[in-house]
Design a protein around this ligand. Sequence first.
Ligand code: ZN
Length: 299
Amino acid sequence: MVKKLYGLIETGGTKFVLAIASSHKKILAEKHIPTISPEETLEQSIAWMASQSARIGRIDAIGISSFGPIQVDKTSPDWGNMLETPKPGWGGARIVEPFRKAFSVPIGLDTDVNAAAMAEGRWGAGRNQRTVVYITVGTGIGGGAVIEGRALHGLSHPEMGHMRVTRHPEDRDFPGVCPFHRDCLEGLAAGPAIIARWGANLSNLDENHISHDIISFYVAQMCTTLQSVMEPGRIILGGGVMQTPCIIERIRSWASKLQNDYFQGKPDQVIVSPDLKPYSGVLGALVLAEDALHLCHRN
Ligand code: ZN
């Protein structure tokens, strides 16, 4: 069998990660570029991919794992376009179209978190599980789910970061920073909410500081809600805030208290760190590229 080559793009609010891979164990080239305007960033991405393709070989398919909100419904005329986003200049930006024009190959697209859930489910911390959820807690909070190999979509992609949570008893006064809902989960527990309250990242605050307990409590509520909705085999927690030492243990401990041993999945086994980091997102793009090529051959 001839080895296939895949062009991979993980788009983020601060950087784009680009790669060429022939399998999840073989990333042949990689480049990070800062996210500036859509025109400049996409042009640089395409130029790099074209130069690598000239050096390594023809790309067979492309996978794009993107920050959101983005139109992921393939039947929609604006498939592959950013939707309204607070990120200046990016609302309505066409993400897929420039790659399609430049390479004329099948393209797979999904959110970064759905893609990461697919990759972790296939090769990482979610292997052999029927249902896997991947959550990122960083500048924002986002979640994706894969059920029996397929990413979960509704009218749009899930918006798990905007679920409601009960207030921590020592966090009643902070109004929250979500521009849409104020004190939803993201408005209380993402990086900007931590900095707004305590002036530092969680990992720079003393481990005995109340912030650790408050943030763990909120993330544990999210895990508990997700367990009540879909009993996932794994809830994989990635993102900058989850780099804080001991945070995952605190989250498991709160989740155990909240759940009172009720669910099939026990927090100690279900709530885990990503296996593939820092490649969960870019390998997610590989899953999307492989699936897009497979679909194209089947049709
Ligand atoms: Zn919100």
